[in-house]
Ligand binder design. Structure first.
Ligand SMILES: Cc1cc2nc3c(=O)[nH]c(=O)nc-3n(C[C@H](O)[C@H](O)[C@H](O)COP(=O)(O)OP(=O)(O)OC[C@H]3O[C@@H](n4cnc5c(N)ncnc54)[C@H](O)[C@@H]3O)c2cc1C
Length: 276
């Protein structure tokens, strides 16, 4: 839709060209949410796509994903074979049920900054223990873990004028085995629960990220493979019944049931083969 209160659109080509922040400014990633509803409080848009950030960068340390990387670019990523968990990138892209038009515009950064519980890039970043690089308006940078970045539904750690520049996924996490499970009330609906579990192939440690069914991502770590009872007990102790998210995409009791059930499916898929 037209945003008819906008007076200026800035298209910086470098960090130094980003205008000083003032109330009424918004950064544009792909604009798939920003242009989907009225924004009467906004006066100026700062388009991040003109900064020309390389969408994906592979290094021995891991994967750097620019905030402006689109879902289409992420889905098409060709990553090293020694990163078995890399299949989660495409798996999580498919959790955003948009057309190719949305996939070609929506950005990883925009999804994180929206901070909806059902944000699939949030689930991906939680499951792969990403850190977020934030650019402050005074030219300084800071890094925060994804679990500190998302603070609640539609809430995050961004301060006024801060930009999410990129997310970093460590190579050691990408080298793990990984499983994902997702529940939605309808086939093409938003995620009501999305869990990602990883298994360290050297130590056997199990790490589980619970997203979408809770207001903000949660992580459960087990230095050794848990049995089914231990896993269930940790989840029940860690997330009380009132700790599950409640919106049109699923009732808390159902989300709780699916969370416990899918956690066990993940544990089973990652470890039970060992006992055969
Ligand atoms: C059909 C359809 C299905 C959808 N399904 C889902 C879904 O399942 N889950 C979900 O979470 N969303 C969904 N969305 C909403 C939205 O499209 C996505 O969240 C998308 O990823 C937003 O990315 P964007 O780049 O378009 O963000 P934009 O619309 O550009 O921006 C979103 C917000 O983030 C801010 N922002 C963007 N980039 C940055 C940055 N780098 N630094 C600081 N602030 C920034 C903007 O100012 C704005 O407030 C859906 C939308 C459609 C049309």
């Amino acid at each position: 839709m037209d945003l008819n209160t906008i007076e200026h659109v800035q298209q910086p080509g470098a960090r130094g060209e980003i205008p000083p922040f003032s109330p009424g400014d918004a950064f544009v990633g792909g604009g798939t949410w920003l242009f989907s509803e009225p924004q009467p409080h906004l006066r100026r848009l700062v388009d991040l796509s003109t900064l020309g950030w390389e969408p994906l960068r592979v290094s021995p340390e891991g994967l750097e994903i620019a905030a402006t990387c689109t879902l289409a670019e992420l889905n098409a990523a060709n990553l090293p074979a020694e990163w078995p968990a890399a299949h989660l990138l495409a798996d999580c892209c498919r959790c955003l049920m948009g057309s190719f038009k949305v996939w070609n515009m929506a950005t990883v950064g925009g999804n994180l900054c929206m901070s909806l519980p059902a944000g699939p890039m949030i689930s991906l970043s939680a499951g792969l223990e990403a850190t977020c690089l934030l650019w402050a308006p005074d030219g300084t940078d800071r890094r925060v873990s994804l679990f500190d970045f998302i603070t609640g539904p539609r809430q995050n750690a961004l301060r006024p004028g801060e930009i999410l520049r990129s997310i970093h996924i460590p190579a050691a996490v990408l080298a793990r085995s990984a499983e994902m499970r997702r529940a939605s009330l309808t086939r093409h609906g938003r995620s009501a629960a999305l869990l990602i579990g990883t298994r360290d192939r050297t130590s056997g440690a199990f790490t589980l990220a619970v997203t979408a069914s809770v207001p903000r991502p949660l992580q459960f770590h087990f230095p050794e493979a848990p049995d089914a009872q231990t896993l269930r007990a940790r989840l029940e102790a860690g997330i009380p019944p009132e700790g599950f998210y409640d919106d049109i995409h699923g009732a808390p009791a159902w989300r709780r049931h699916m969370t416990v059930r899918m956690a066990e499916e993940i544990r089973n898929a990652l470890y039970e083969g060992d006992r055969a």
